[in-house]
Ligand binder design. Structure first.
Ligand SMILES: Nc1nc2c(ncn2[C@@H]2O[C@H](COP(=O)(O)OP(=O)(O)OP(=O)(O)O)[C@@H](O)[C@H]2O)c(=O)[nH]1
Ligand SMILES: [Mg+2]
Length: 194
């Protein structure tokens, strides 16, 4: 299992010139706004508020880099799909993601975070296609799992797998950043690839 300490915030990049490029493996976290990307990162790293958990959705509009145990990067991508954003900001997000995924050979492992309660959105599907198309190993975390009824669990997992068109080889982890459900499983998957 990878070491998760110490973890430090290093940089917030708003343009490609500021992306961090070095030889350390990069684990990339993506998902729609407010789905809990920052919370999942905090949970994996065993920290309370290293990646800032936003009160207002859509707050993380830059690519945020965290250096873990001096040996790998955790990268918090800006969230997508928050409805009430100005078009200019949505366009900026699109360009930033395009620039980021243009260098996708640098991604050692991708973690797509979806809301375990709901069917994935069209933007979630696009995100899956980006990870699937870039050739990097990746996994999906169905977050906020603590909010599901028992009877919803199996059907929701099946629906997420189907809507995102995940092959059987793609790991889908029920996750709760709040209860730490799925933490060991996801850390294990990351550890195997970095
Ligand atoms: N119940 C529950 N709430 C969660 C969980 N994960 C995150 N949340 C809550 O969801 C809200 C959003 O969490 P963030 O971690 O800020 O989400 P984000 O995806 O980083 O949001 P942006 O950076 O703004 O796109 C916060 O109020 C969290 O406390 C979870 O597993 N269970
Ligand atoms: Mg965030």
């Amino acid at each position: 299992m990878i070491r998760t300490e110490p973890a430090v915030f290093v940089r917030s990049a708003g343009r490609k010139a500021d992306f961090i490029r070095d030889d350390r493996p990069m684990v990339v976290f993506a998902g729609k706004s407010n789905v809990g990307k920052s919370s999942v990162i905090n949970c994996l790293l065993g920290r309370k508020n290293l990646a800032r958990v936003g009160a207002a959705p859509g707050k993380t509009t830059n690519v945020n880099y965290f250096l873990v145990a001096d040996s790998l990067w955790f990268v918090d991508l800006p969230g997508y799909g928050y409805a009430r954003r100005p078009q200019a900001e949505i366009d900026r997000w699109g360009r930033l993601m395009e620039d980021f995924f243009a260098e996708s050979e640098r991604i050692s492992f991708g973690v797509q975070i979806v809301d375990g309660r709901h069917s994935p959105t069209a933007l979630d599907q696009q995100m899956s296609a980006l990870f699937g198309g870039c050739g990097c190993p990746w996994a999906v975390a169905a977050n906020k799992w603590d909010k599901l009824k028992k009877s919803e669990m199996e059907p929701n997992l099946a629906r997420i797998r189907q809507v995102l068109d995940l092959g059987e080889d793609i790991l889908l982890v029920p996750f709760s950043a709040e209860k730490r459900t799925g933490r060991d499983e996801l850390l294990g998957a990351i550890s195997a690839r970095v």
